[in-house]
Design a protein around this ligand. Structure first.
Ligand code: ADP
Ligand code: TYD
Length: 213
């Protein structure tokens, strides 16, 4: 499909905005960067929504609070159910209203975390196959030693981050996911880059997309 065809198909689906996903290991700076990108887009007069997965909806709250209680297939299904509900109730309506939706964690996180949690990669792919592909997938990497320092300072956000071996495992798993991405992608490393320069790179990549506002 050519770029104009792609834009026309998106309009006929009622989708005028852009979905930008932001994934990477815990502590890489996703939440910090998502807030900064949204603020920069607002400053530039562009409608943008910052959201997160697991979402703040009922299924998302269950998943976020339950990473110790729910494991493997159960957690995989829970985060996928939350993803579809979040798409229906928040992401697609915001896209239809023309917003750029910055989603802090999306399908790439499942391809990493659920697989590290023992779920068959093919099943993770099947479970997420009806999730809208991002218009831009941003993957934020970081040196595992620096991640350990940041997570120790910030505190863990769940079972995965309680594992001291996680940063190294995630680094390998994200490399595999990056190699298989089929949508436009931007891979950035936050080890030695401040949030301002990372924000500029993401916003420039968004503005360069064929359907950008
Ligand atoms: N580019 C950066 N350089 C150094 N430290 C950062 C950077 N971005 C975020 N941090 C710090 O790292 C910690 C984790 O950031 P956070 O945004 O919560 O990461 P994530 O959402 O990826 O888990 C926080 O203490 C934050 O202030
Ligand atoms: C989006 C997503 C989150 N999770 C889990 C990982 C986290 O333990 C938990 C909450 O994520 P989050 O609070 O975003 O962690 P962080 O701020 O460190 O990035 O949800 C999955 O297992 N699969 C997923 O697809």
């Amino acid at each position: 499909m050519t770029a104009p065809d792609h834009a026309q198909a998106r309009c006929s689906e009622g989708r005028r905005g852009l979905l930008v996903s932001l994934d990477g290991p815990g502590g890489a700076g996703k939440t910090t960067l998502a807030a900064a990108i949204t603020a920069r887009l607002h400053r530039d007069g562009i409608a943008a929504t910052h959201t997160t997965q697991p979402s703040h909806g009922p299924i998302g709250q269950l998943a976020r609070a339950g990473t110790h209680q729910y494991r493997g297939l159960t957690l995989a299904c829970l985060v996928a159910a939350d993803r579809y509900h979040h798409l229906d109730t928040q992401i697609r309506p915001a896209l239809a209203a023309g917003h750029i939706v910055i989603c802090d964690r999306y399908t790439p996180s499942s391809h990493v975390l659920q697989v590290l949690d023992g779920v068959d990669p093919a099943f993770v792919a099947l479970l997420n196959q009806h999730a809208d592909p991002p218009d831009l997938a941003v993957i934020l990497t970081c040196d595992p030693g620096e991640l350990t320092r940041r997570l120790t300072a910030r505190g863990s956000h769940g079972r995965f981050e309680d594992d001291p071996g996680l940063p190294a495992l995630e680094a390998t798993a994200y490399r595999r996911v990056i190699d298989r991405l089929t949508c436009p992608a931007l891979v950035l490393d936050s080890t030695d880059s401040d949030t301002r320069s990372l924000t500029t790179q993401v916003v420039n990549a968004i503005k360069a997309l064929p359907s950008a506002p």
